[in-house]
Write a protein that binds this ligand. Structure first.
Ligand code: HEM
Length: 474
């Protein structure tokens, strides 16, 4: 690398190396745009290809380079960086040089996912205790109750659109645990539909248009967000009206915590206005169900196409005394590896976007301040330099030795550094319990050949609409 390196201490006091642009770096704009079909006249039109199949586009363009420049009409240059060292710089060692892009704050306001600086620190400190492992383990039985309630509806021989079913299940779990409200099994359609339409802000059809243009998708998004804000407001008011003063430090779900803060008039939480409280809840509804839906859908897809792993998985869950409980969680080693490997192949957050706040350099290319820098996790996690047979589903690769030897940022489905996903423990617990709960009772066959991965790259990775699975009772 041609950049100078310098040392500084990060927030933990650890001394870290930082790269500063040097005189020999060349401007990133000199990087040619990736190849594009010859019949598209201008390189800038490769955006259409990127919209049609972002995954293939990114893999092709990054096949030989860790730093790639792409260009979007309306967004300017986007620099994609694909080495774990680059990701480490974005998320950890040089995180103060990058900020989050504003797409999410336009969509979700001032919740934990989007705020920066001191306000982020305050929100994180307040929310963190609800998401540590011990606190999350307390949700285990409630999670399994919701899961069993839903799959009790399934019948032998039924065809299900798995993503739809998993979305319903993860929303049931999130509302019942974190938000303290049980959704109706076959009702609460307005909430379920609204949660689905939160994606519509980020559809490719809106990529080139300024944020104020009310495309049909954006209108659907706005209506959905309003529905969820109304529901969040209702839950907050209902809880407040219950009257009993809630001590925020002893709260065991998000709703009680937020109401406790409101009642206690805590002034430094940065979350006290009603608008902020609602933003926080809508953020959690979005971040807390969609990603787990993707994990579960693809875990069942992968199991369906890998009978040897499926057999080991069923043997493990069959050995439990009954439906999984909190005590069983540490005994589900095969299930855990299935989840880990699914998150590697299909990271629900496929790309981590950042904005360079100052001029930085990657591999000798100078990236001017104000440029969007994207880290495509789906490419980083399928890199043959770090994973043998990178496209193959091999849960057994995750031995303690392999984990130990792996670059810390070669596998980062939950991000990394201080802004690592706050819901990580929650999501891993939920995924393991859901696989075990379903796997004890049913086997799922994908009604497709599995030749082409059924992904759809939206704001998050999702399973293509309409993918059906056959449910068979075991
Ligand atoms: C498999 C499931 C999940 C995956 C793969 C996932 C992934 C991620 C990633 C990659 C980030 C970092 C984003 C960035 O740095 O730009 C993140 C942040 C976040 N996630 Fe998750 N997530 C999952 C589940 C959850 C759950 C269950 C919740 C809440 C109940 C949640 C809430 C959040 C929040 C609030 C943040 C922002 C944290 C901060 O900036 O301090 N996530 N998640």
């Amino acid at each position: 690398m041609s950049s100078d390196t310098g040392e500084c201490a990060d927030s933990t006091g650890e001394v870290v190396e930082r790269e500063t642009p040097s005189a020999t770096d060349v401007d990133v704009s000199t990087l040619p745009l990736p190849p594009y079909p010859p019949n598209l006249g201008s390189p800038k039109l490769h955006v259409f290809r990127q919209m049609r199949d972002p995954r293939a586009f990114m893999f092709e363009s990054m096949a030989t380079h860790d730093v790639v420049r792409t260009h979007f009409v309306g967004m300017g240059d986007i620099v994609a960086v694909g080495h774990p060292e680059h990701l480490k710089r974005l998320l950890l060692t040089e995180r103060d040089r990058f900020s989050k892009t504003d797409d999410f704050s336009i969509a979700f306001g001032e919740g934990l996912l989007t705020v920066e600086g001191e306000e982020w620190r305050q929100q994180r400190d307040v929310l963190q205790p609800l998401f540590v492992r011990d606190a999350v383990l307390g949700y285990a039985d409630g999670m399994v109750e919701q899961m069993r309630r839903r799959v009790a509806n399934w019948e032998d021989g039924q065809r299900v659109e798995l993503q739809r079913e998993m979305t319903d299940m993860t929303l049931d779990v999130l509302f019942a645990t974190v938000l303290g409200r049980q959704l109706e099994l076959d009702g609460d359609e307005a909430i379920r539909e609204a949660a689905e339409h939160l994606h519509d802000w980020f559809l490719p059809t809106s990529w080139f248009l300024p944020d104020w243009v009310p495309t049909p998708a954006r209108r659907r998004f706005t209506a959905a967000k309003r529905t969820l804000e109304r529901e969040a407001g209702r839950l907050l008011d209902e809880k407040t009206a219950e009257g009993a003063p809630t001590d925020p430090s002893g709260a065991d779900d998000l709703l009680s915590l937020l109401v406790g803060l409101r009642q206690a008039g805590v002034t430094d939480s940065g979350m006290l206005t009603d608008e902020r409280l609602r933003d926080q809840m809508v953020t959690m509804i979005f971040a807390g169900h969609d990603t787990t839906t993707t994990t579960l859908s693809f875990a069942f897809y992968l199991l369906a196409h890998h009978p040897d792993v499926r057999e080991r998985f069923h043997a493990e869950v069959d050995a439990l005394d009954g439906p999984p409980t909190m005590e069983d969680v540490d005994d589900l080693a095969v299930t855990e590896r299935v989840v880990t490997e699914t998150l590697r192949l299909f990271p629900p957050v496929h790309t981590l976007p950042r904005l360079a706040d100052e001029t930085v350099a990657f591999d000798g290319y100078r990236v001017p301040a104000g440029t969007r820098v994207h880290a495509p996790l789906f490419r980083i996690q399928r890199d043959s330099r770090f994973f043998e047979a990178p496209d193959t589903f091999r849960p057994e690769r995750w031995t303690p030795e392999f984990r130990q030897s792996l670059h810390n940022f070669a596998y980062a489905p939950f991000g990394g550094g201080p802004r690592i996903c706050i819901g990580r423990e929650f999501a891993l617990l939920e995924a393991k319990l859901a696989l075990a709960t379903v796997g004890r009772e049913y086997e799922l066959y994908h009604l497709g050949d599995g030749d082409e991965e059924p992904t759809s790259f939206e704001m998050t990775t999702r399973m293509r609409q309409g993918e059906e699975f056959l449910v068979t009772e075991r």
